[in-house]
Design a protein around this ligand. Structure first.
Ligand code: FES
Length: 258
């Protein structure tokens, strides 16, 4: 889960992040077709689809393509938020997307850099640097500030990076005027009354996984309609409803087992 995999067949291969889920049929693979070479190093899933179309409708055989999966042997994984558009030539895998206040980037390399600090300063640019390095654990974290403003923060690890991405993205637009909130940034989690909404589940209303969990466990929401009334999730286009149902089901099963 969250690790990188190579999906391949006779036509080529792509590298994407894996998510294990009950939402896809057993032994089948779903890959979004929206990634272009502009936003990802190698994720155009249509490059694996043969040039076969339905003779009547012209529909391509996009849902009937044989493929296999193997691990992408990354030596290190990284996640970055940055105000400036990223230039990712140094990484073997990368994918980035626009977010409020800047960009969020996933990346990885087949070989560890000689110095993680050098890679971080190349990617984040000049500014006031804050660093945390634990060579033994394989954890490297850096943030660069200009005055009170965060220019960017970068998290690298020998394993897939496990941090609160939504919270980090929200920090791009905030002032970092004291040591405490700068250190929180390297810890990659909020403290005190600040809320970590978790990974975004409902894009229409920017509702995170933790908000849905809290609607279920703290506010007693026991079905999709109740969750929608409570936090709005799932009440517009509906494309997030199967994921909300999975969270609800998992939580109810876990509560029943406790
Ligand atoms: S993504 Fe949740 S309603 Fe559209």
């Amino acid at each position: 889960e969250a690790d990188l995999v190579e999906i391949y067949n006779d036509l080529g291969s792509i590298v994407v992040r894996a998510l294990l889920t009950n939402r896809a049929r057993r032994k089948s693979v779903f890959v979004p077709m929206h990634w272009t070479d502009q936003f990802a190093s190698n994720a155009r899933v249509n490059s694996l689809v043969p040039a076969v179309v339905d003779p009547f409708s012209g529909q391509p055989a996009a849902k009937n393509t044989a493929c296999a999966i193997r691990p992408f042997a990354a030596a290190y994984h990284g996640f970055m938020v940055t105000r400036a558009e990223p230039a990712m030539a140094a990484a073997d895998y990368w994918a980035f997307a626009k977010c409020e206040g800047g960009w969020r980037v996933e990346f990885a390399g087949l070989q560890s850099p000689a110095k993680f600090l050098d890679l971080a300063t190349d990617l984040l640019g000049a500014g006031e640097l804050l660093a945390y390095q634990d060579q033994k654990a394989g954890e490297y974290r850096y943030a660069v500030f200009e005055g009170e403003q965060l220019n960017g923060a970068i998290y690298m690890s020998s394993a897939p990076v496990s941090i609160s991405r939504a919270w980090l993205v929200s920090r791009l637009g905030k002032a970092h005027e004291n040591r405490l909130n700068r250190y929180q940034l390297l810890a990659a989690r909020p403290s005190g009354t600040e809320i970590d909404i978790g990974s975004i589940v409902c894009s229409c209303f920017s509702v995170g996984r933790n908000q849905i969990l809290s609607a279920i466990t703290e506010k007693g929401c026991a079905n999709l309609a109740a969750i929608g009334n409570c936090v709005q999730a799932g009440t517009n286009c509906g494309s997030c409803r199967s994921e909300i149902a999975e969270i609800l089901n998992d939580t109810i099963v876990r509560q029943a087992a406790e």
